[in-house]
Design a protein around this ligand. Sequence first.
Ligand code: GLY
Length: 441
Amino acid sequence: MPNILLVGNGAREHAMAEAIARSARHPRLFSFMKANNPGIASLSEKIRLGGYADLAAITGFAREQKIDFAVIGPEDPLNHGVVDALAQIGIPAVGPNQSLARLETSKAFTRHLLDKYNIPGNPRFQVFTSPEGMKDFLNALDAVVLKPDGLTGGKGVLVQGDHFATKDEALALCEQILKDSGSVIVEEKFDGEEFSLQCLCDGKTVAGTPLVQDHKRRFDGDQGPNTGGMGSYSLPDHSLPFLKPSDIEEGLDITRRVAAALLAETGNPYKGVMYGGFIATKNGARLLEYNARFGDPEAMNILPLLKTDFVDVCRHIIDGTLDRLEIAFDAKATVCRYVVPKGYGLPADHVDAAAKARIEVGDVGDARLYYSSVDKRDDGLYLSASRAVGIVGIADTLAAARRIAEAGVRAVKGPVAYRADIGTDALIQKRIDHMKKIRNE
Ligand code: GLY
């Protein structure tokens, strides 16, 4: 009966809490959250509310509850060094220490790591800490992507053609990012289709999980601003129909080599999730970025399918024995749709209008419901400014999973919105056609 600490309060962590709660090891779950997620709270023996920078509060709670190991959901506490703080009091964790979490928290660190260890997958890139040479490099690339070197909640990346049009605009934006954050990464823009490859890693062994495609844009048809992710789907064969087997192999190979490089570079094994945001291009898989945690929403696609006991998975990650565990997933399709406040992703005044409104969650039928940013008060459930509820359909076919998710999202009433095209045949066909075109097939 292990005592497990979960840190995090989103829908991703709700899915993690559910995976822990259904373990045959009868764990007792204790959750540290920055806001009270009613789904996680209902699965927890005890909760504690607090900020993720408050390491003393997290370690204090862990000590009090005699925690055997911790599982860290979001990037914020990893960035603050929660794994190091827990290690100091003898509590191991699923999640990298602060230095290893640079895989996500410093895009420049990861780009340089791949270069230093001759790992394929990087675009042409340069990291600038002054404007010197910036204009020449921008002009040397066909189209560019600009990134600040830190956590941006998935919304800080600026892409030519989406967020700006010309190299002059790119230069002005680079200067602004430099001023705001001290450095800017300029990268070559890839043409292709994105896929999420979430791998489990114990420091030596890297195990892939079913592939998922996330949808960052706010509106149907991939229109509107980028968001934290509006929803995602996965297929029963655990692949995606626009990928070649070699794309997946390359993504796995890059991740295995990065895990080895992290060990060589820092002397510490990476224990946790290495979530590669890859893009399939005409020349194979390329790395957009790594995250040091499960994806949100992608965790909601894969964790409900996990047949292996999640507590065993965690134990083997911590013990460095993942090679001795068979990790299996149900051969089912999943469709996750996020229900968000109507103004989500739009300028703050739109968000404020919808936020703090009350919502009613009716019967979601066969769908799974994962709470995200909602505020549970005595008189009901209220929206915050962010994604509210993740609704997941799981079935033998994508069409059936989609129908379940569709019925589920309709049960959430209030000033809310969702993307109706996620997991539809038309959108997936668009991805397939795009890849055929760029591969000249
Ligand atoms: N799915 C995007 C993220 O988790 O960052």
